[in-house]
Design a protein around this ligand. Structure first.
Ligand SMILES: [Zn+2]
Length: 119
């Protein structure tokens, strides 16, 4: 029996019926939202990616990371300022690659919200 599912988001029942190949049906069993809500969810996931706006940066001793690099600075994008802070703290505490051998000269956080979000 193909009984309609209820969307987790809007509560509307949506059909899971017709001739659906077995492999796809298994996937559909995991889907808990109607197609409209699914699209919205995907858009939100996209937005979240764009919201990766905090940059954790670390400056390393000369040549410590890679000699071919133009500078000795590494950086990483994060969703939240606290996540960026956590990375900086970790680098200060555990050093490059967590090996406790090479430590950054300094670490800092940049908020690049305006550069990343253009809409
Ligand atoms: Zn829905």
């Amino acid at each position: 029996m193909n009984k309609p599912k209820k969307c987790d988001e809007c509560g509307k029942p949506f059909p899971v019926s017709g001739r659906i190949p077995k492999e796809i049906r298994a996937m559909l069993d995991k889907v808990t939202t109607c197609s409209e809500c699914l699209v919205i969810k995907l858009e939100q996931a996209n937005k979240r990616l764009l919201m990766k706006q905090f940059l954790s940066k670390a400056q390393w001793p000369n040549g410590a990371i890679c000699q071919r690099r133009a500078n000795d600075i590494t950086s990483d994008y994060h969703y939240t300022e606290s996540a960026a802070q956590a990375v900086c703290r970790m680098l200060e505490r555990d050093g490059l690659g967590g090996e406790g051998k090479i430590f950054p000269i300094k670490t800092w956080i940049e908020n690049c919200q305006n550069k990343v979000l253009n809409d």
